[in-house]
Design a protein around this ligand. Sequence first.
Ligand code: FPP
Length: 259
Amino acid sequence: MTTSPDSGLLKPGQIPREAAKRHGVPRHVAIIMDGNGRWANARGLPRTEGHRQGLDALRGAIRHAGQRGIDFVTVYSFSSENWSRPPTEVSFLMGLLRRFVQRDLSELHQANIRVRVIGARAGLEPGICALLDEAEALTRANTGMTLVVAFNYGGRDEILRAARQLAEAAAAGQLDPASLSEQDISSRLDTSDIPDPDLIIRTSGEQRLSNFLLWQAAYAEFVFSPVMWPDFDAAAFDAALDAFSARERRFGAVSAGGG
Ligand code: FPP
């Protein structure tokens, strides 16, 4: 049995990037990792244990995305609204990010993964900002998958920050409001160098966007998985990818058959 990309008989986990595009694999998958708290509650554990297991699930998802030939994975790891959680949970999540960067960065770098961080830096501890900067700087030249970590991220806040820049440029006479384009906005978002997501997965059965990638989600497909994030394994990820590949994306046009 051959496993060449053109044979149609690809072994799972061995889909090269170019072939992946021909087999309906999304180029960019964004994930709302939901259900950590409920996963922990169901087991009589503290919510923080759900987040700790959630970090393991994230490691598995990154590995699996690489094996499936996905180019960009964005994960919602702390929203601008998450500050309203109990202080112990907030500080646990901050610690988890710190541990993730300290323990996993060299492995991500060795795997040729580029790390990008989106979200507001204002309000974050300087030590965390320095770690995020280090992760981006170390992996800047990597050419494999891009892991986008949305941390202290909110879609409205991101659009607001872009609008403020545009208003300042207009006030300084550098921009004519009449000629404002979508590109003027896109290029001022945190994701200016990242393509829009093709697929957004939300785990835990909830069906909301929760302020995630509001502008970028315009033409994304949504898959809502019933699985709680700590249990989101390769099979659950593949089920979401299968659902995506069965969709027909029209981007506002009509289907190829004219229907
Ligand atoms: C939502 O579940 C999850 C979060 C707010 C945090 C996500 C964090 C991780 C998966 C760990 C990896 C993180 C880093 C820092 C890279 P929830 O707590 O809202 O669950 P619930 O809806 O069941 O209460």
